[in-house]
Design a protein around this ligand. Structure first.
Ligand code: A3D
Length: 320
């Protein structure tokens, strides 16, 4: 049986890390596509040359030609520009929307059966546009943000509690932006919800609130430190977790930016919700019932995404 084919559209910081992780985990053969001549070829060759020491079997190819992604099983999209200090994710909208149009057409023509994971920001609006431009079924196009936001939350919580990150689960909903909704009630240490841990004296509500805010600002914290770009190790790891769930039909329950047609009260939009990822792509959205406060925060987040989607429609008539 042939190895799965993983196409990485964008061979920048995240794209290169994705290629490295996909090879290390032997998820399949990797095609790195980028408009920057030499970058995907150089990264593909460099990673391939780490193969003898690591002992992985994967073929890596860099290209500027969309024909090379033909028949890809998974496409992970990072093409576009990242944030610089002082920029919000939304500042990237105009430029990255044009990139999504080119990428959507490339995928539509060459890899229409792929499971597509978008990472390009502003995430929820870009994945919405990418699905429209590509015309792929909505359940085969999703966005990575919630796995990363939850991982940041889990990391901060594990530091606060002095326990393994493996035993901390976390739940972050809504758009990938300042209005994201980290859900304390559904986040646990080995099944014990955070509000119970506050009652048990493991932490205080003030400290928990500060951790929630740090999670919301997690991307900006890294941008501020790096100064020349945004996070890439954890974003790549998060997308690989989603790709693996699809390729191995794991039925993982992971938060994704998924197309909602009524779930959690959201219609014709992509927003971060709990999903089941397996061989069918986004096989299910877990339609949880939020409490009043959570629903208010979630609605605010959805409104922010809606504003960006409307802005996309204003820029590109074909989306209206
Ligand atoms: P970067 O290292 O700049 O890589 C982007 C690559 O895209 C560059 O190599 C460009 O040459 C390439 N590119 C530009 N236009 C095109 C095009 N039309 N076709 C193909 N390739 C093109 O950025 P990065 O890898 O650090 O980040 C990529 C994207 O991910 C940015 O939009 C970030 O904002 C976003 N990001 C999202 C998250 C989420 O959690 C959602 C986290 C971190 C970064």
């Amino acid at each position: 049986m042939a190895r799965p084919k993983i196409a990485l559209i964008g061979a920048g910081q995240i794209g290169g890390t994705l290629a490295h992780l996909a090879a290390l985990k032997e998820l399949g053969d990797v095609v790195l596509f980028d408009i920057a001549e030499g970058t995907p070829e150089g990264k593909a060759l460099d990673i391939a040359e780490s193969g003898p020491s690591e002992g992985f079997d994967a073929h890596l190819k860099g290209t500027q030609d969309y024909a090379d992604i033909a028949g890809a099983d998974v496409c992970i999209v990072t093409a576009g520009v990242p944030r610089k200090p002082g920029m919000s994710r939304d500042d990237l909208l105009g430029i990255n929307l044009k990139v999504m149009k080119a990428v959507g057409e490339g995928i539509k023509t060459n890899a229409p059966d792929a499971f597509v994971i978008c990472i390009t920001n502003p995430l929820d609006a870009m994945v919405w546009a990418l699905q429209k431009f590509s015309g792929l079924p909505a359940e085969k196009v999703c966005g990575m943000a919630g796995v990363l936001d939850s991982a940041r939350f889990r990391h901060f919580l594990s530091l606060e509690f002095g326990v393994s990150m493996k035993d901390v689960t976390a739940f972050v909903l809504g758009g990938h932006g300042d209005t994201m909704v980290p859900c304390a009630r559904y986040s646990t240490v080995a099944g014990i919800p955070l509000p119970d841990l506050v009652k048990m004296g493991w932490t205080t509500q003030e400290k928990l609130d500060a951790i929630i805010q740090r999670t919301r600002d997690g991307g900006a914290e890294i941008v501020g430190l790096l100064k020349t770009g945004s996070a890439f190790y954890a974003p790549a790891t998060s997308a690989i977790e989603m790709a693996e769930a699809y390729l191995k039909d794991q039925k993982r329950v992971l938060p994704s930016a998924a197309y909602c047609s009524g779930e959690l009260g959201v219609k014709d939009m992509y927003v971060g919700v709990p999903t089941v990822i397996g061989a069918g792509g986004i096989e299910r959205i877990v339609n949880i019932k939020l409490n009043k406060d959570e629903q208010e925060m979630f609605d605010k987040s959805v409104e922010a995404v809606k504003g960006l989607v409307e802005a996309c429609k204003g820029i590109d008539e074909s989306l209206a």
